[in-house]
Design a protein around this ligand. Structure first.
Ligand SMILES: Cc1cn([C@H]2C[C@H](O)[C@@H](COP(=O)(O)OP(=O)(O)OP(=O)(O)O)O2)c(=O)[nH]c1=O
Length: 188
């Protein structure tokens, strides 16, 4: 029998992406400390946090299931940008992203028993210059408080504000599914 697959994430986007990939899975989330040791690179930090998310559910589940956990951050000038604290923070973040390029990095940790697959994926995103009116419209209408970097590429701001992307679109949305699927197969 194939092992059950558990997504250790409350993110509706990750859930949707696995559904689009026609993966059969359940969701189980436990509270996780999303801090990370000082001095980690962004890639090391997202993998560390994804590992904490996976470990948080591991002892609640039978040993033979596959667990998938991920963490996504935006990185601008080597600084990690997580979710905005409030409206002002969201406006400040989007003003900093306007007219420039940043990268989005998602760390993925998958576990089955003693086996573990760990990787990260990086996508470069370039924004057009956004006007203050566009930024305020987006923040007030879409409230991107649960999104790393205060934006969602799959929403209005992604449609009208993004000049180019280099890498996996779905990685920006929170899960590099095309790399997750072969990793699931490798754990079967
Ligand atoms: C940059 C970007 C992020 N995001 C989302 C993906 C993630 O859900 C979120 C980053 O936060 P995360 O902390 O990675 O995930 P989460 O809090 O939503 O879920 P959990 O911790 O339970 O796994 O930002 C988009 O949906 N679109 C985007 O363009």
């Amino acid at each position: 029998m194939l092992p059950a697959i558990y997504l250790a994430s409350q993110s509706p986007r990750r859930k949707q992406l696995l559904e689009w990939a026609e993966i059969d899975f359940k969701v189980l989330v436990e509270p996780t400390d999303e801090s990370f040791p000082e001095g980690l690179s962004p890639a090391e930090a997202v993998v560390h946090i994804a590992q904490q998310k996976a470990l948080a559910v591991k002892n609640k589940l039978p040993d033979d299931v596959i667990i998938i956990a991920a963490d996504t951050v935006v990185v601008l000038n080597d600084i990690i940008i997580g979710k905005p604290k409030d409206r002002d923070d969201a406006i400040t973040i989007l003003s900093a992203l306007s007219g420039t390029s940043h990268y989005v990095i998602t760390g993925v940790v998958m576990m089955r028993g003693e086996q573990q697959v760990t990787f990260y994926d990086t996508t470069t995103v370039e924004f057009h210059i956004l006007t203050p009116q566009q930024i305020e419209f987006y923040v007030d209408k879409y409230g991107p408080y649960d999104k790393a970097g205060a934006y969602a590429i799959q929403e209005w701001i992604g449609v009208v504000g993004i000049k180019s992307i280099n890498g996996d679109f779905y990685n920006v949305m929170g899960l590099p599914v095309s790399r997750v699927v072969p990793a699931i197969i490798s754990l079967m």
